[in-house]
Design a protein around this ligand. Sequence first.
Ligand SMILES: [Zn+2]
Length: 130
Amino acid sequence: MSGKRQEGIPGSVRIGGVRYRVVVEDELVSEEGVELLGQHDYGRLLLRLSLAADPELRPFVLLHEILHACVTVSGGDSHQEEALVAGLSHVLLQVLRENPDLVRYLLGSGRRADGAAVSSPAAEASGGPA
Ligand SMILES: [Zn+2]
């Protein structure tokens, strides 16, 4: 093991108006003693990633934890969350990777100068005829 190498993993991710820190650990174990590849901690605003995850798997694991954060900060019901997040993390990353035109379109519209997303409903509400 080469310590806590991050391989381009961002140090933080802004989700729903809060900034989660991304922490890379040599290994992650749940309170129940189960080995985890990633963990979302809303109370501490942490997304933990385990280096035990194969490097090819790490983007999926990070997106998986980001999706948990998205569900949590948007007040989602936790019922079926794990199954949805597990499926979506793989499908969504595949869609983003294999559709660069889509990603350019999505990222090119609705961005402020600092790169943060602009919420479009407010813009639409104030953009109509007077
Ligand atoms: Zn999960």
